[in-house]
Unconditional design. Structure first.
Length: 115
């Protein structure tokens, strides 16, 4: 029993050091928020897949993201945001890792790029 308690404490202490992320504060005036409509998302696992895809991309300078079923709202730093280029990179990032299709409109008719 003592072994289990000690092992649990060691695990908790080691996880605390790893879970702290550096948050960079940014002025809201320096942020662009963009919605992407993701066709095929139906559950929490789908949300996880989209988050994973976006985290894998080294090209995207994402300030923050909110992923819901069917919608990815992503905030970018204004100085790194170039609409059509970033839209295409987001699309390719999500579509290369998942089976979903990304659109710029809720009706799923406007693609950001041909991927």
């Amino acid at each position: 029993m003592k072994f289990f308690i000690i092992l649990s404490l060691v695990f908790i202490v080691s996880c605390q050091g790893k879970s702290s992320e550096k948050k960079v504060s940014i002025n809201l005036q320096d942020v662009v928020s963009k919605k992407y409509y993701v066709k095929g998302m139906t559950c929490g696992g789908c949300i996880f897949g989209v988050k994973t895809a976006l985290n894998k991309s080294d090209e995207l300078k994402i300030v923050d993201k909110k992923i819901e079923v069917g919608i990815a709202t992503i905030q970018f730093n204004k100085k790194f945001y170039q609409s059509s280029d970033i839209d295409c990179k987001v699309t390719k990032s999500i579509e290369s890792v998942t089976e979903f299709k990304v659109f710029l409109d809720i009706a799923h008719t406007k693609k950001a790029c041909q991927s």
